[in-house]
Design a protein around this ligand. Structure first.
Ligand SMILES: NC(=O)C1=CN([C@@H]2O[C@H](COP(=O)(O)OP(=O)(O)OC[C@H]3O[C@@H](n4cnc5c(N)ncnc54)[C@H](O)[C@@H]3O)[C@@H](O)[C@H]2O)C=CC1
Ligand SMILES: O=C(O)CCC(=O)C(=O)O
Length: 430
């Protein structure tokens, strides 16, 4: 091979790798496939391949030392044909515009899968909350709401928590919105503290939904949850409660991690101890000496692997080394398209993010309904309703995958995109 051809080959490979890590590009690729399988024209793809609205804001925040720092934030609204848009807000140093756009599209798909009366939205601010004080975080949260207030609201776009945001941040955001609009409107945001109109069961909802998907996946694989070895990447809202639920169900959680690394014990970890020790950012590993890297954690011997942290963790580089029989994506976008293909070829059952993590938005919807009616449900009622939605969603996607002989990711896109496509069609947009 000549030097020129080799250079071109390397460039092509680099481009391919780059593309597979680009969440927005890969989302568009699967949407196009899903729409074409469902028989929609290219016009529908042209409408749904991008958000209808994307706002970029600059937020000045007075820091504790008296200086002013300017933060960049985003709010993306994918499509509001079905109803108001809905989705979380993340505070993270690696937030970027393309990722927020992809995340908002996934919210449309999640709401389609769970049949909620919403389109997808998502927000993010480039910041590192771990390095900010409580008061700086409050000023940033309030500044973000002031900056996006024109396009959000209980009947327009309803934010919620995501990575490194929590019920306290939702409370500040709600308070700021109430001041701006001069009326108290708890339905403006979900994931609030219970005393401010939060729903029982929202805090644990994402993990509860993932648990139901794992139970269903285990049945399909003819396995038992009791005694199954589970590895979880991420020990925040999603990962930590999931570890607790699976541990309580008799599974053996052998490894968990945070951003700095993980811990592994083939005999099973003391999950209650770890829950007690983790901080509000889902961090605990610095308390231990013998840690493993996140890369090592993903390739451990186990039956069930759950990426519950950030995107692009299982890629073409490590997919062949994954040992689990079942991979359930609690995080948004943890597996690239190439890796999805490799895992599927290897007979590993992959339950995709837009299904597995839909428990959060489902209970957020319950919260919004309770706020609108001013009547609040018991935790049992919330759990029962969530279980019904998740089981039905799992079945419909598993059956679609079987019927169309496609992987569960493409099946989930087919189920998820249908509602927004049909709503857009009935409105006469396409
Ligand atoms: N909180 C929710 O209701 C929902 C969350 N999700 C998704 O679940 C995932 C986790 O979200 P939460 O648990 O809410 O966040 P969180 O902020 O509560 O916890 C994040 C966890 O990930 C770890 N982490 C952060 N960066 C990492 C890295 N580079 N490598 C390894 N670990 C890292 C953190 O140390 C922490 O343990 C995200 O992808 C989020 O979008 C999806 C649906 C709903
Ligand atoms: O609870 C919500 O409304 C949104 C949750 C979310 O951001 C997600 O599912 O990724």
């Amino acid at each position: 091979m000549s030097a020129n051809t080799l250079a071109n080959e390397i460039k092509k490979e680099q481009q391919q790798e780059q593309e597979s890590l680009n969440l927005f590009y890969s989302t568009q690729t699967v949407i196009q496939k899903a729409l074409s399988k469902l028989g929609y024209t290219n016009e529908m793809f042209e409408l749904l391949k991008e958000p209808i609205r994307m706002l970029t804001v600059r937020i000045p925040v007075r820091m504790d030392d008296g200086s002013v720092q300017i933060f960049t934030g985003y709010r993306s609204q994918h499509n509001d044909a079905v109803g108001p848009t809905k989705g979380g807000v993340r505070f993270h140093p690696e937030v970027d515009e393309e990722e927020v756009k992809a995340l908002s599209i996934w919210m449309s798909l999640k709401c389609g899968i769970t049949d909620l009366p919403y389109g997808g939205g998502k927000g993010g601010i480039i910041c590192d909350p771990r390095k900010m004080s409580f008061r700086e975080l409050e000023r940033l949260s309030r500044g973000y709401v002031r900056a996006i207030s024109q396009i959000v609201g209980p009947t327009k776009d309803i934010p919620a928590p995501d990575v490194y945001t929590n019920s306290q941040i939702m409370a500040w955001m709600m308070d700021e919105y109430s001041r701006l609009r001069e009326f108290d409107s708890p339905a403006f945001i979900t994931g609030k503290p219970i005393v401010l109109g939060g729903s029982k069961g929202r805090e644990t909802a994402t993990a509860a939904g993932v648990t139901i998907c794992i139970e269903e996946a285990v049945k399909k694989k003819g396995m038992e949850l009791k005694g199954a070895r589970v590895v979880i990447q991420g020990f925040g809202n999603a990962g930590s409660y999931l570890a607790k639920f699976l541990h309580d169900a008799g599974a053996k959680v052998v490894a968990v991690s945070d951003v700095y690394g993980g811990i592994y014990d083939p005999d099973g970890l003391d999950i209650n101890y770890l829950l007690d020790k983790r901080d509000s950012f889902g961090t605990f590993s610095k308390l231990f000496d013998n840690t493993i890297t996140n890369k090592e954690l993903l390739e451990l011997e186990c039956d069930i692997l759950v990426p519950a942290a950030i995107s692009n963790q299982i890629t073409a580089k490590n997919a062949a080394n994954i040992k689990a029989a079942i991979v359930v994506e609690a995080a948004n976008g943890p597996t690239t398209l190439e890796a999805t293909h490799i895992l599927t070829e290897r007979g590993i059952l992959l339950v995709p993010d837009i299904l597995a993590s839909a428990g959060g938005v489902t209970v957020s919807y319950f919260e919004w309904v309770q706020n609108n009616q001013g009547y609040y449900w018991s935790e049992e009622e919330v759990k029962e309703k969530l279980a019904a939605v998740m089981t039905q969603s799992f079945d419909s996607i598993y059956n679609t995958a079987e019927a169309h002989e496609v992987d569960m990711r493409l099946a989930a896109y087919m189920v998820g995109i249908k509602k927004v496509a049909e709503a857009s069609r009935f409105r006469g947009w396409v």
